[in-house]
Design a protein. Structure first.
Lengths: 190, 190
DNA sequence: GTCTATAAGATGATAGAC
DNA sequence: GTCTATCATCTTATAGAC
């Protein structure tokens, strides 16, 4: 499954639709109409909807891994690293009220084909792992509170951001997300 | 729309299905089969799916208002009030991996009929209002941090709990929710 | 790779008998 | 209030021609 132009087009649009409407909120027909290609052609690239869903999360995970490498390479300030991370989500929300792909899929969780749900889990594991590393480093540098468990704090931060995206979108108000993310980050300060 | 036995049965099952599978993850047929009544009979009580969805959130909001009254009446300790509130969500999660009805609906937000989405907004407003009151009272009693904005902190707590339910369920691990909720509550301590 | 044609089943919804 | 019957539409998916 390499990425021809068509495949990329399908993935881009499908991701957008999942982020806006959820896994059960879009169909091959939606993709068909907006791409200008028949549904059977989409099935050629992604035989089942589960195949498409899985490809979506795999690519999304990879984009976050890339972001982690970028942030680690170009930013030393640990507080700024977290702010850049939060910024990834804020931009998504600003972009027509989309929320995190995996936050979205986690609500559809019980209806997902297992190959998809496994990838969603992996996303959370990887994100928490990176956040934990940043927090631990920050603790060693006496930037973040010493009396916290970095891993648990990382999980809480991620959960908080995911929830904040959902609530903020329900109000059509990105500022709500920004405020909640500030509160979550402030809780880490020494 | 009073609550005959049948109506209550429909609402109970529909709520369970939304909390597990989302608004677009259940159908009148699902209700029909599990209740032992034809879909046309369900349409008699709830002409459109939007009518059903709206009734669901109205009832859910009312159940939280009742919980608020109960907590305020029987518990003076402000920390305990918050713990009892968190416990409402934890029990939901423990009950077969259901998540907050409105957390669920907030991801389906862009596909909801307006009457439903308006009720979802109201749920968040009401919950934040109660939490804000508890936090403000706790600040006056010097139990919670003085350097926080109660309203913003309330929003962050609610968002954090909503997100924590989603993530915890994706791992099939209620303990994950418990840990994150502890982190969120700890951040309020003076 | 994309198309036409088609399938089997699901979905929200309505008309009218009992 | 519940049933049968029926609806148009949508959904995922496949077979086979170009």
């Amino acid at each position: 499954m390499n990425d021809s132009e068509t495949v990329t087009h399908i993935l881009d649009l499908a991701q957008e639709l999942v982020q806006k409407r959820g896994y059960n909120g879009f169909s091959y027909r939606d993709l068909s109409e907006q791409i200008g290609i028949k549904t059977s052609s989409i099935h050629y690239h992604f035989p089942s909807k589960g195949d498409l869903g899985r490809a979506l999360v795999v690519r999304y995970r990879a984009s976050f891994q890339t972001a982690f490498v970028q942030i680690d390479a170009h930013e030393d300030d640990l507080r700024m690293k977290l702010r850049l991370y939060v910024e990834l989500f804020r931009q998504t929300l600003e972009d027509e009220g989309k929320v995190c792909l995996c936050g979205m899929l986690s609500t559809d969780y019980q209806t997902l084909p297992p190959p998809v749900s496994e990838e969603v889990q992996r996303f959370f594991v990887e994100n928490e792992a990176w956040l934990t590393r940043v927090l631990e480093e920050g603790q060693r540098a006496h930037i973040f509170r010493q009396d916290i468990d970095a891993a648990k704090e990382a999980a809480a931060l991620l959960a908080g951001l995911e929830g904040a995206m959902m609530v903020a979108r329900a109000f059509g108000d990105v500022e709500r997300f920004t405020q909640t993310s500030s509160v979550l980050l402030a809780a880490l300060e020494a």
